[in-house]
Design a protein around this ligand. Structure first.
Ligand code: C5P
Length: 291
């Protein structure tokens, strides 16, 4: 039996623009995504013939509805009908938080099984499988900094960012992504900022400009339901964060801060009231073949 370990990073959205609703019920997006150093870890071993998923977090369902199970099943059906695996999820990324924890675990499953089962899939084959599992899964295959379009599955890599330090604060609420998109109305866009400025900021690794050009069209929806989100943003600003935003459909809020010490001291400060607070930094993308 072989056992491999697959790190699965959380992501944040530096921008998220909703361009409109599509005929298939999804929303057309333009979003700049960034993977960060808060990691789930998969422990995958090859077992003959069966698929088995377990998780350290008691509230994570481990049956058909689990994205890891869904991804593993799809990999087996498409590429290795006789293969099996046991996948244990070491969960550190908060659930239903806007941090793509489940999607990242699914992407890690695709990378891990490709390696463990010796499939030698092309990036295109892995991306296609990922997009069938969920909208954020394709980005999570490689991570780093990227622009995502379509329903989030069409990825254009962006230049690697360095020195991006953040504090993440997740209030004790779970938010359904589907419900947030359903409640979104075009007038909810708070401002006219566009993605172009963020792309310029990323291209020049200008952290101030990144902090100034954060925006998320979904924020007004989730903020209207949960006033904690605005309160946390305000407090992060008061403590000197250069820019603050809700990630994805929420409720996690992040602040762009000056460096590791600031990130750690702020995470510590918030942890008393919000145990799910973390100091993190932006990660580079995985190299081809890296798991
Ligand atoms: O693709 P995923 O399963 O992660 O999406 C969860 C839900 O979020 C979808 O069922 C849909 O309601 C909503 N969604 C959307 N537009 C997107 C992505 C997600 O409406 N681009």
């Amino acid at each position: 039996m072989r056992l491999i370990r697959v790190p699965c990073p959380a992501k944040i959205n530096l921008t998220l623009k909703v361009l409109g609703k599509r005929a298939d019920g999804y929303h057309e997006l333009e979003t700049v995504m960034q993977s960060v150093s808060l990691l789930d870890v998969l422990h995958i071993s090859d077992t003959p013939g069966t698929l088995e998923v377990g998780c350290t977090h008691p509230l994570v369902p481990v049956g058909e509805e689990n994205l890891v199970y869904k991804a593993a099943k799809m990999m087996r059906e498409r590429y290795a009908p006789a293969a099996g695996a046991s996948i244990q999820i070491e969960k550190n990324i908060p659930l239903a938080a806007g941090l793509a924890g489940g999607s990242s675990d699914a992407a890690g499953t695709i990378r891990g099984l490709n390696h463990l089962w010796g499939l030698n899939l092309t990036p295109q084959e892995m991306e296609e499988t990922a997009s069938l599992v969920g909208s954020d899964v394709t980005f999570c295959l490689r991570g780093g900094t990227a622009l995502a379009r379509g329903r989030g599955e069409l990825i254009s890599p962006l230049p690697r960012l360095t020195g991006l330090w953040l504090v993440l604060v997740k209030p004790p609420l779970e938010v359904s992504t589907g419900a947030v998109y359903q409640a979104y109305r075009p007038g909810d866009s708070e401002n006219r900022r566009d993605t172009r400025r963020m792309l310029e900021a990323v291209a020049s690794n200008n952290l101030n400009m990144i902090a100034e050009n954060l925006f998320n069209d979904l924020e007004l929806v989730t903020r209207a339901w949960y006033p904690e989100i605005e309160a946390i943003k305000q407090e992060l600003r008061e403590y000197g964060a250069r820019g603050v935003l809700m990630s994805g459909s929420g409720p996690t809020v992040f602040g762009v801060v000056d460096g590791p010490e600031r990130a750690r001291s702020l995470a510590e400060l918030f942890r008393d009231r919000y145990p799910e607070s973390y100091a993190v930094y932006g990660l580079p993308p995985l190299e081809a073949g890296e798991i």
